[in-house]
Each structure stands twice: as C-alpha cells, then as structure tokens.
Design a binder for this molecule. Structure first.
Ligand SMILES: NC(=O)c1ccc[n+]([C@@H]2O[C@H](COP(=O)([O-])OP(=O)(O)OC[C@H]3O[C@@H](n4cnc5c(N)ncnc54)[C@H](O)[C@@H]3O)[C@@H](O)[C@H]2O)c1
Length: 354
C-alpha cells in the first residue's frame, strides 16, 4: 500500500457516500481513504464507521493540518466549494471538487490561480463528460463527422423534480436552483463537445412559479415555504466564433417527461442528440440516423473517480480543467445576472486552455 493515493473527503453527505467513497474503494490498492470531515460530526462518524475511514473530523482545516493527504474530494454545499478547495490546494493536495465550481466567478478564478500556484490538479465533478455517450460522440466529433458545430440545445428539465433533501432550494448555500445544479451538467457537456468556445453574450430569464407552493414531489416533499431559488431558467449564449446555445433548465415545469437531460448539437456536416446517443447525417443523397448498437459499459461517475486517481497519481491534468471551470461559472453567473437586469450581458474576455 506504500504507493496508495491518500485521499480525504470534505462533506459526508449524499454524493460523498453514494459516489465518491464507493468509487475510490473500487480503485483497490491505488487509493486509501484516510480521513473524512463534516461540520455535522455525526455524519462524518457514520461514514467513517460505514467505510472504515480512520480519521474523522468536524473541521476540514484541522483534517488538512493533522493528516497527510495527497488528494481531497470536496462534497459540501456549493457555498463551501471555494474555501475548502483553496484550503486543500494550500495543504498540497490535488482536488476533485463537486459541481458547480463555485458560487461566483471571482471564486472560480481564485481556485484556478491557487491550483496553478500549488502545482496541483483541480478538476470538477462534471461526470457526464465521462459517460459512454459523450466519449463515443467525442470520437465522432474529433474525426470531423459533425463538421463545424454552430448551434446547440441544452435541456435539463424536470416535471416535478425539486429535491426534497439537502439544501438545493437554498439560494444562500447553493447560489441558485436548477441552472447551477443540473443545467450546469448539460451546459458543460455541450461546451466540452463544442471545444469550449470563447463566450460572448448571454441572455437569461429565471422564473419562480411552482417551487413556492405545495405540490406533487417526484423527488420527495420539498420545503416550499423556504424555496429561495428559481424553479426554471432559460437562456441564450453566443460565442465569439459565431456559435450559439439555447438552454432550458427546470426543477419543476409543466412538461410531459418527468426528466429530460439532453444536449443536441447541430454542425454543418451532421448533428447529434447525446442522451440517448443518435447521430444525424446526410450520406449518399440520403438523410440517415446513426444509433450505436453498443456503448462502453462503465458509468461516468465511476470513470470520473478512476481517472482522477490515475491523473493525481501521475500528476496529469484530467480532461476537465480549472480554466474551463472559470468559463462555466462565468456563463452560469452571467445568465443569472442577465435575468436580474432584464437585459443581455456581454462577458469580458476569457480564454480557455485546451
Ligand atoms: N455530480 C453530481 O451529479 C452531483 C449530485 C449530487 C450533488 N452534487 C454536488 O455535491 C455537493 C453536495 O451535495 P450532496 O447531495 O452530497 O448534499 P448533502 O446535503 O447530502 O451533503 C453535504 C454535506 O456537506 C456537509 N457540510 C456542510 N458544510 C460543510 C463544511 N463547511 N465542511 C464540511 N462539511 C460540510 C453537510 O453537513 C452535509 O453532510 C453539492 O455541491 C452538489 O451540487 C453533485
């Protein structure tokens, strides 16, 4: 076990115990989870007992000081992503921070700067990038099958999927609702497949029509009396290369499907829907739809952790970079700012390292 990556977990809630810890454990001898911290000490103790994690803390600063760690997963509500990430980087750890990167652009920028200063990896829990559909489609795109992708649609819509647990409806702790929570996944997927083009302008609109009243909860009974986020966000993004994205994201909306998470791409040689994967082409004077008859089996969540471990052990940058996190944050916050102002917002120059 001498060369095991020594991992610490900050935040012992749902995503830590259902995804991060079990997937680190699947890496066998390559990883040892040595410490866990949660402000609610009992949650850290419970996870520690369940997964055999020896060192348990209620304060991550103490954990980072007392335990020698190589890498840390940040699994707290969004408000604490930046401070916990920065503390972990300063303690010399590689960081896998859950999505969204942060609450503000300034925080995401500082996180990227701190990672560069520390010479450590900072990557985000944008696991759809590792999904079989995205991996396969990326190969088609890199081979030029879609040509120039100039338009995309991003959908992260639930009919009545307001989380009935956690703090997902608390603006102070999360920074927003469906846009920053689930829209962020599909927006990142579109940007990744489009080559993370440089954004130009955003126009956003948000609504709060269904979340503040009692109703049917398909994801449990939510706290409608303290619902402080948008229940729907819509927007348009334009890019300096002329491409554009139309986005819709909702925790609750009067639509047919209970959940729709999808990205549609339109290029000058072909198009695609990502979830489920279908590619649209014109070939031999015929319009054809290409559907893979099999896809790789491993889920995005599993691969995300496996690859983080590989990259942290080898000092290699994962496919999701801290700089892309800044762009993503800029778009999310730009859409919220635009919705608040009631007019479009021009984003100042930002460029992303490939
Ligand atoms: N990638 C995904 O698909 C996905 C899915 C769910 C959640 N998430 C993200 O994971 C994060 C956590 O979500 P969750 O569902 O696990 O929430 P959760 O409420 O189940 O867990 C969060 C935990 O963090 C703890 N915490 C709060 N402040 C802390 C602090 N300062 N230091 C240490 N611990 C602290 C809480 O006590 C709680 O146990 C959020 O940022 C969310 O966006 C990502």
């Amino acid at each position: 076990m001498a060369n095991s990556l020594r991992v610490g977990i900050i935040g012992a809630g749902g995503i830590a115990t259902a995804v991060h810890i079990p997937n680190y454990m699947k890496c066998g001898d390559k990883v040892k989870i040595v410490a866990i911290s949660d402000v609610v000490k009992e949650k850290a103790v419970q996870a520690g007992n369940q997964f055999g994690i020896t060192h348990v803390f209620s304060d991550y600063e103490v954990m980072l000081k007392e335990v020698e760690l190589d890498a840390v997963s940040i699994c707290t509500p969004n408000k604490f992503h930046a401070p916990a990430t920065i503390a972990a980087l300063r303690a010399g750890c590689h960081v896998l921070c859950e999505k969204p990167p942060a609450m503000t652009v300034e925080e995401a920028e500082q996180m990227a700067k701190e990672a560069e200063k520390a010479g450590k990896i900072l990557t985000y829990g944008l696991h759809y990038r590792h999904s079989p559909e995205v991996e396969v489609l990326k190969r088609f795109i890199d081979a030029g099958e879609l040509g120039e992708i100039y338009a995309a649609r991003v959908h992260a819509l639930r009919r009545r999927g307001i989380p009935g647990w956690g703090v997902f409806t608390n603006k102070e702790l999360q920074g927003g609702g469906p846009l920053i929570d689930i829209g962020v996944h599909m927006l990142d997927t579109a940007l990744y497949l489009m080559g993370y083009p440089e954004p130009d302008t955003v126009l956003g609109v948000t609504y709060q029509k269904l979340g503040t009243r009692k109703g049917v909860g398909l994801m449990g009974d939510w706290d409608w009396q303290n619902f402080s986020v948008e229940d729907m966000a819509r927007g348009m993004i334009t890019f300096k290369n002329g491409a554009s994205i139309l986005l819709e994201s909702a925790f609750a909306a009067n639509v047919e499907k209970h959940e729709e998470m999808n990205v549609s791409l339109m290029g000058d040689q072909g198009g695609a829907d990502v979830f489920p994967l279908k590619i649209y082409r014109e070939m031999h004077e015929t319009l054809v739809d290409i559907t893979p008859s099999s896809l790789p089996k491993k889920a995005g969540y599993d691969l995300q952790i496996e690859r983080f471990v590989e990259c942290a052990s080898a000092g290699k940058q994962p496919i999701c970079t801290a700089e892309q996190g800044v762009i993503l944050q800029k778009l999310i916050n730009g859409l919220y700012e635009s919705a608040k102002k009631g007019s479009s917002v021009i984003l100042s120059d930002v460029s992303v390292k490939a």
